[in-house]
Design a protein. Structure first.
Lengths: 503, 141
């Protein structure tokens, strides 16, 4: 069904960013505009989601050009759910940044760039054209590069160089893949590609092309052996920026993999086995890194890598149950990982450091916020009935059914290491007394109440969302059930884009 | 660089280059040209002026900071993209006036998109170049 308003989440963030450019250097106005824009974006995303949930896949032909020729935007259940979660995470980060980002960074345009980044994310989720997907990826990379270097400290620049170098490499692979694909089939529309790819005789060349996409998206989502840019760059920018990066950027890679491998290249045995091996190695290396890190944000960065492995494994198995697990984990992971980095920012505000050795005593001083944080940590670890628990059941079940015992072992190992490092962090940061020789630099206590609320409220919003999808798991399971049906049987998607004549 | 030849040449070149950039902007709908190239030519005109008379003199004839052109241009483009939604068309659809206007020809919403790009390009190029040249001046002083 054609709906001309599905790009609403993109346009709202575009206009928000433009208004903030008009209010250049007026940081108070920018904060208000950012909060209002993000809130409106969330409302539009909710409307989009409910409409897609009730009426089915919606499409938009940009410039009124018919589907295989013009650029088409498609809101299916996967896209609209991800837009909804992104908007929610965006609202939380936007509120947190109004206090958590220094005025100096705001003067150099933090807010407009942040909204361009969210715009790019929404666009990447909604597009139905593979070259347009590449363009949105570029919007995301350029915005994230600016956000990462804002402030210009030496460590930031060092992290940004690694980040930029690897991401340019990823884009090159992605673009080369698109080029070859266009050369073979003569189309860029993903629905059209899914039809034309069946007619291609040279399956060997298709295999190589799919590997190009796998490498490109693999670098972006930090899969073994190309993950090392992530832990060496995510701990450098301010926490609000790291929250957007950690929660959303790597997940765009996972989304692109889900889309491309379900619609265009249906994984064959080789790709599946490759993905399974990568998943196991990603989980193990991510865990190893997490075990030895004592800086909270470096620890979280390695946990991102570790948990990306869970989702890659789900894509590798490529059965209905496995995809349900992957999708559920994806939704849970966006909310929790964004929240973890916001928590790291809050801890830094309270103690002035993120090194576990010099932290301590947070539970004694701030019992209420500590309990709030505990909810998030518990759902990350996957204590039933919180949100991290349910997707793992699906992944375990399917890995046992398909007899991928190495992946089962990696899942167990990954879950245990997550439990161990989070427990260690809890005892070091919250329960232990403040080490004797450490001076506390508490920037949180002297803040006025409104600002304290702005720091804690976003964590509360995201924690509530995590609790909602954990305690309300039945409805989420029904949702991911429908999404995985759409991913495995793409005829509805193709029909929505191209109409009936091509089926 | 103070050279009387360059200064008097610039006096005539500046309006000609600006006119040429408008020509490129208007021509861009069906032929090579458009907002991006037009914007580059227009910013070259101002760069030439700043070569001949110094950056401060160019800032004076511009009257406002080039940075402020960026949000204006982006706004014009974004509005021309979303305007078709009000008429029930998908975003970016070209809306056209029925009658051609003398000298300019047919006017449609895509012209305003190009106009936005034109302003953004001028804003970005001049901001970058002026920042560099003003930094150099400060270092010399």
């Amino acid at each position: 069904m054609i709906d001309n308003h599905i790009l609403g989440p993109v346009f709202i963030h575009l206009f928000t960013a433009i208004l903030q450019l008009v209010a250049w250097r007026k940081t108070a106005t920018q904060r208000v505009i950012s909060a209002i824009g993000s809130f409106l974006g969330l409302l539009v995303a909710i409307r989009l989601f409910t409409k897609v949930y009730t009426t089915g896949i919606l499409t938009l032909n940009a410039s009124n050009w018919e589907a295989p020729f013009g650029i088409v935007f498609v809101a299916d259940l996967l896209s609209s759910t991800l837009v909804l979660i992104t908007s929610l995470a965006g609202l939380a980060v936007s509120l947190f940044s109004s206090t958590g980002i220094s005025r100096q960074r705001m003067l150099y345009g933090y807010f407009p760039i942040f909204h361009f980044l969210v715009m790019g994310l929404n666009g990447a989720f909604l597009t139905g054209d593979i070259f347009n997907l590449y363009v949105w990826f570029e919007v995301i990379i350029i915005s994230s590069f600016v956000l990462m270097t804002l402030g210009g400290r030496k460590t930031q620049l060092e992290g940004a160089v690694k980040y930029m170098a690897l991401n340019i490499l990823a884009s090159t692979f992605f673009l080369t893949g698109i080029g070859i694909l266009y050369g073979i089939t003569g189309s860029l529309n993903m629905a059209d590609l899914s039809q034309k790819i069946k007619l291609v005789n040279n399956q060997f060349l298709l295999g190589i092309t799919s590997t190009f996409f796998l490498i490109g998206f693999g670098i972006k989502s930090a899969v073994f052996p190309l993950y090392y840019w992530l832990p060496s760059s995510y701990h450098t920018p301010p926490s609000a920026v790291a929250a957007t990066f950690g929660g959303l950027l790597t997940k765009v890679g996972i989304y692109a993999m889900l889309r491309v491998f379900s619609l265009i290249f249906i994984p064959d045995d080789f790709t599946r086995n490759l993905l399974m091996v990568l998943a196991v190695l990603t989980i193990i290396t991510g865990c190893m890194g997490a075990l030895i890190k004592l800086n909270i944000r470096r620890l979280f960065s390695y946990l991102i890598v570790c948990h990306i492995g869970f989702m890659i494994g789900g894509i590798g198995m490529f059965t209905k149950v496995a995809l349900m697990g992957t999708l559920f984990y994806l939704f849970h992971d966006i909310l929790v990982k964004t929240n973890m980095f916001l928590i790291a920012g809050l801890i830094r505000h309270k103690r002035g450091t993120m090194d576990m050795k010099s932290l301590g005593g947070l539970y004694a001083q701030y019992p209420k916020t500590s309990l709030l944080i505990a909810i998030v940590l518990f759902s990350l670890v996957g204590i039933p009935p919180l949100s991290g628990f349910w997707p793992k059941i699906f992944l375990f079940k399917e890995a046992f059914t398909l007899e991928y015992y190495a992946f089962v072992a990696a899942l167990v190992f990954g879950s245990f290491v997550t439990l161990f490092v989070i427990a260690r962090m809890w005892s070091e940061v919250f329960w232990k007394d403040v080490p004797a020789n450490v001076d506390i630099e508490d920037k949180f206590e002297p803040l006025p109440l409104a600002r304290k609320i702005l720091l804690v409220l976003p964590i509360g919003i995201l924690a509530a969302a995590t609790l909602f999808i954990g305690l309300n798991a039945e409805e989420i399971v029904q949702l991911v059930d429908r999404i995985s049906d759409q991913l495995l049987d793409t005829s509805a998607y193709v029909q929505a884009v191209l109409g009936n004549q091509n089926l | 660089m103070k050279s009387p030849i360059l200064q008097s040449a610039t006096k005539y070149l500046l309006p000609i280059l600006l006119l040429f950039s408008f020509f490129l902007l208007l021509r861009g709908h069906y032929y090579p040209g458009g907002g991006f190239v037009g914007g580059l030519v227009a910013s070259i005109a101002f760069v030439l002026h700043s070569f001949a008379n110094g950056t401060e003199a160019t800032m004076k004839i511009l009257k406002r900071k080039p940075l402020s052109l960026i949000p204006i241009g982006l706004g014009v483009s974004a509005i021309s993209v979303t305007l078709p939604l009000l008429f029930g068309y998908p975003p970016m659809t070209g809306l056209w006036f029925e009658e051609p206007i003398p000298f300019i020809g047919m006017i449609g919403s895509s012209l305003f998109f190009d106009l936005g790009v034109y302003l953004v390009v001028i804003g970005v190029v001049l901001t970058i170049l002026f920042t560099i040249s003003l930094n150099n001046l400060e270092e010399k002083n």
